[in-house]
Design a protein around this ligand. Sequence first.
Ligand SMILES: *Cc1c(COP(=O)(O)O)cnc(C)c1O
Length: 429
Amino acid sequence: MDPRRHVPRTDAVLADPRLVAAGGRLGRSVVKDAVARAQQRARLGEIGPEQVADAAVAALPSQTASLRAVINATGVLIHTNLGRAPLSPAAVESMAAAAGAADVEFDLQTGARARRGRGALDALTRAVPAAEDVHVVNNNAAALVLAATVLAAGREIVISRGELVEIGDGFRIPDLLVSTGARLREVGTTNRTSYRDYAAAVGPETGCVLKVHPSNFLIEGFTGSAEVSELTALGVPVVADIGSGLLTREPLLPAEPDATTVLEAGADLVTASGDKLLGGPQAGLLLGRRDLVERCRRHPLARALRVDKLTLAALEATLRGPAVPVRQALYADPAALGDRAAALAGALAGAGVDARAVPSEAAVGGGGAPGVRLPSAAVSLPERLAVALRTGEPPVVGRIEGGRLLLDLRTVPGDRDGDVARAILEASG
Ligand SMILES: *Cc1c(COP(=O)(O)O)cnc(C)c1O
């Protein structure tokens, strides 16, 4: 008998109770795709007609969306390709709570409309008392666009040539600024810009002075730049893009600017990212003078750049909640990381895997603190395991160094070592 003639009909396979249940969980089209693939295998004779339902069940994805949770063992704390900052459990819980109908713009007491995202804005104001007012947009690029539009559209932004930064994937801050209709008035040189350079350029056409933290590279040697505290004497609004989103000074990262210090130095407006060192969701923070923040909030563009309720929920939980994963990774004790690497490598070697515990160096990443190396520990494995680990479940992403695959534990949450061990055994098998 030719099995191709007896491929069961789609509706018959879809009636399988396991596939009916999966339809409720994953959606009908995902289940239909799995059935179609199983029918095709039967047509090709790879499986028998009676195996179609089983094959469809086996081929079902575990979730509807294709975006998958991975274990970041790269040692890069804020890995842009892996979604930047991992959210805290408190932030995840808050997002889940906000996912359905939620009081994002509604006062449950009075039954009237309320200020959108007031909880998150209040948390941010409390976290940075030096800011008179705050506003939250889609990301730091959006915060810059809004600030540049409000302060300098049709006018000039005075900016140092040493701060015309490409932030990644071909996106450049100068292009972003010019897209608002502002003109750039470049001052100084790549390595040195002084207060006098700014002072000579400021005039009636000036909309603002912009200081951009060159967060993803270092210029060493004969360098110089003007401080925000000096620039306040220019008599025009001073905007500072600090990048990383540190709200207060971080002793482990002394070269990273923070919002409080920059505002206290006299900046009128500070912009920052939510998903870098702050450790929260993708967001852009605007902090500073009440009148300027209000103008940003009232500008028509603000509506196009506004954040959704999930972001507001996650941001508030990040600001009010327990230490976020980025901070835990930053403060992880190198000796404890070494113990974890030794335990993992020991267990794997016992199972016949070529695994060794080695010292490693982790980095902040996400275009932040480029000169900082964080002592860490890794499990060193044969390089050929890299693909199997990346494509396993859960996917584990490490880095290749000296012909070995290193799984750096500083970026692996402490409770995931068992998952990493299982993934390695599976990949080696
Ligand atoms: C990362 C970064 C940006 C871009 O921030 P997004 O939140 O990704 O839009 C802008 N400026 C600086 C200095 C940065 O470090």
